[in-house]
Design a protein. Sequence first.
Length: 159
Amino acid sequence: MTHLLHEVKEELDWAARELLDVEQQFAELEAKLKSKLEEPGGEADRDALTQEIEAQKKALNLNELYAILARATRRFSLLARVYEVGSDNNTTEDIVTALTDGLLFHQNDTDEKTDKIIFRVADALMSYFHVHFSDESDARLRDAWLEVENTLREKGRKI
């Protein structure tokens, strides 16, 4: 089984590789434009060439790739910090305190549903790091984490 942190890291790596590939394609397009402009009569076709290049750039979806990379980066960063909280704290209560100290939520900005989700992820982290590191404990953590992500999105957080 691929563990949650590894899976999220793979998502980040994929986005970074895609972005590098598209940026390489952009560099090739710009070199092509420069080359065509240097040809005899190329200056007269500047606008047409520029429009062609811009259409090709748009087709590569660079802005969407940056958005995907930003999302993957935020998700990986937050999850890595949550894993750090789980590994550094030896009780479920300490994990809950760390998670509600602004990392995921603020103590004064939770409701009963959110409190249950926080406890569920803290309990899953406790099991994952301090009881038995297994596919089962990873599955519990994965389920709890998906609830956290959904709750954060419902509260307007970008993740």
